[in-house]
Write a protein that binds this ligand. Structure first.
Ligand code: PLP
Length: 403
């Protein structure tokens, strides 16, 4: 293990944005200057009373926090361990993303910006960003691949209803990676007026730090709620990993509690073959994508591979730098769940508890069920990162279950 100040595991990045060897800022000089301004503004505002009062008011009265910690007694009875669900699915807009979008939009406003620029894949981050922008009176440009625009019509409509400009990206594969590239290019021309609001705990410094900070409310609430119910720490915490924001939000509160085991669940998709999964921590190697260093799915020549998962919110070829760091020091374990296992868990939670989870969250639930069978004496917190409404049409077509 590396030497760390205070022996703390829950570190913030070094001044260059690195967690161990991961993260950093692999960027043009003019972007580095702008990101320095964002970093400085964030470091002041995160401890500013007025900023926090305003944000906490929005989290409570607008987003509906605290989200409940629900003891899933039916699931627990069936599988052994005591399973608690952190209900991020109950937030306004249906997932955890609103937590950091409200924070990022408030930061933008305090910095005097007029516009938010963001990318979106399945449209979940786009909708949460457009929501926060509408609320704060900011313009909003959302970059989205042409193919995703066709696939995710309801979210595109929502963004437009909320007043955002949805900009179709027609380069390359016309999906998320190209949308990020395009959004960054546009941002370069609007540095004075706009701020980039990234969709996960990824990207160049300071974004992983900012997104973790705004998502860490998940873990702080869960820890307090669990203590009120069980008068102890949980034995394990479990969350799914796309870029790693809902998971780092939950994990951060428990990193320095040695007894708590931490599991991040990556999408195994169809198989372990490159191109058929999005398990960057499990199958990736060190590389650079979108301005930061992480575990990356890439071929032997170092070309970024396509990422695939049935849950479109999980199919990013890279992953947040803090997870790479936590894996490297052995503090968190990263495991995988396949498409089919996630679908089974989607139906299982729906039928057992009356909660329809997002397909992304279904990965965490699938692992929790597996783990509960093997560890019947444990108390587990699982993050339900979002609700499954957005996945219903797809699931019906894919499984042909009730035909
Ligand atoms: C976007 C999304 C995810 C994946 O993103 P993370 O940054 O890894 O949290 C997971 N669940 C839901 C419901 C999402 O919308």
């Amino acid at each position: 293990m590396e030497t760390m100040v205070n022996n703390k595991i829950n570190i913030t990045p070094d001044p260059n944005g690195f967690f161990g060897e991961y993260g950093g800022q692999f960027l043009d000089e003019n972007l580095k200057n702008e990101f320095k301004k964002i970093t400085d503004a964030f470091l002041v505002l995160k401890d500013d009373k007025n900023f926090n009062d305003e944000l906490n008011d929005l989290l409570k009265n607008y987003a509906g926090r605290p989200s409940s910690l629900y003891y899933a007694k039916n699931l627990s009875k069936k599988y052994g361990a005591k399973i608690y669900l952190k209900r991020e699915d109950l937030n306004h807009t249906g997932a955890h993303k609103i937590n950091h979008c409200l924070g990022e939009a408030l930061l933008a406003k305090k910095m005097g910006k007029k516009k938010i620029i963001a990318e979106t894949g399945a449209g979940q981050h786009g909708v949460a960003t457009a929501t926060a922008a509408a609320l704060m009176g900011l313009e909003c440009d959302i970059y989205m691949g042409e193919i995703d625009i066709q696939k995710e019509r309801p979210n595109v409509d929502k963004m437009r209803i909320l007043g955002a400009n949805v900009i179709s990206v027609t380069d390359g594969k016309k999906t998320l990676k190209e949308a990020v590239d395009s959004a960054f290019r546009a941002y370069l021309n609007e540095l004075d007026d706009a701020i980039y609001a990234i969709g996960s705990a990824v990207g160049p410094h300071p974004f992983p730090m900012i997104v973790e900070h705004f998502q860490s409310i998940i873990g702080r609430e869960a820890k307090k709620q669990f203590f009120e119910m069980e008068n102890s720490l949980p034995d394990s915490v479990i969350a799914c990993i796309g870029g790693g924001s809902n998971s780092i939000g939950l994990f951060s509160a428990f990193l320095d509690d040695e007894s708590v085991k931490i599991f991040g669940v990556e999408p195994l998709g169809k198989s372990s073959t490159l191109g058929e999964n999005a398990a960057s921590l499990t199958y990736g190697t060190n590389g650079i994508i979108h301005g930061f260093k992480c575990k990356l799915l890439q071929d032997k020549n170092g070309n970024t591979a396509d990422a695939y998962s049935i849950a479109s919110g999980l199919d990013y070829p890279g992953v947040g730098p803090k997870h790479c760091y936590l894996q490297s020091i052995g503090r968190a374990s990263y495991v995988t769940i396949s498409d089919n296992e996630a679908i089974d868990a989607f139906f299982e939670l729906s039928k057992t508890e009356g909660i329809i989870p997002a397909l992304e969250s279904s990965h965490a639930i699938a692992y929790a069920i597996k783990y509960a069978k093997q560890n019947p004496n444990e108390k587990i917190i699982v993050n339900v990162s979002g609700r499954g409404d957005k996945d219903i049409d797809f699931i019906m077509q894919y499984t042909k279950k009730f035909n």
